[in-house]
Design a protein around this ligand. Structure first.
Ligand code: FE
Length: 197
């Protein structure tokens, strides 16, 4: 992990404060029918990325990939009600203010990566949890051949697929991980330059 000094905007505000604040305020909410909270899921995903030796930008993306669930104001069981919350777009748009495409693209594409993997890996679908299969149907189901080609032309699509695999594993009830504070230096290292560092 990278060690950086605390960074402030010119007006003295911390660009990460709103992000950390979302986890503090809403991190205890249920992760869409799974056995972990939103914060536990985020920390497990980021821990898997760090353990795999991923660059800071992808560890940051792993930590923040579902931040949209904390922003959209829809109920935890939105997929059971037939609603696609488009949380990946919401998070990527919001985070683009403070992070670059190496963080935001994998976040924006992590739902597409699930649709991609169901199209290109025959046994992937069977390994998905039940809630994840429910949301897959709402998200468009497996990609068509044309969608696969288009996905592979996206920037950072490979990183999105890596993130997706950690995402799928990061649902273990009671698993110990480092706390959120252990990842703040990684987040700071990824802030857009030079304006906000
Ligand atoms: Fe997730």
């Amino acid at each position: 992990m990278t060690t950086t000094a605390t960074v402030r905007r010119d007006d003295g505000s911390d660009p990460l404060a709103p992000v950390i604040g979302l986890f503090v305020e809403y991190g205890d909410s249920e992760y869409g029918g799974e056995a972990v909270t939103q914060l536990e899921h985020a920390l497990q995903t980021a821990t898997l990325g760090a353990a795999a030796g991923a660059p800071d930008s992808l560890v940051a993306a792993a930590l923040l990939h579902d931040l949209g669930h904390l922003l959209h104001g829809l109920p935890d069981d939105a997929p059971d009600r037939g609603l696609d919350d488009h949380h990946e777009q919401l998070a990527a748009r919001r985070l683009a203010r403070i992070f670059g495409p190496d963080v935001c693209d994998p976040i924006r594409l992590h739902v597409a990566a699930k649709r991609y993997l169901t199209a290109v890996e025959p046994d992937y679908l069977a390994r998905l949890s039940a809630p994840s299969r429910t949301s897959l149907a709402l998200q468009g189901g497996p990609m068509s051949a044309a969608e696969v080609t288009a996905f592979e032309a996206e920037p950072h699509w490979r990183e999105a697929v890596q993130l997706r695999r950690w995402d799928d594993e990061a649902k273990v009830a009671g698993l110990e991980t480092p706390p959120l504070a252990a990842f703040t230096d990684v987040l700071r290292a990824c802030l857009r330059e030079p304006m906000q560092r």
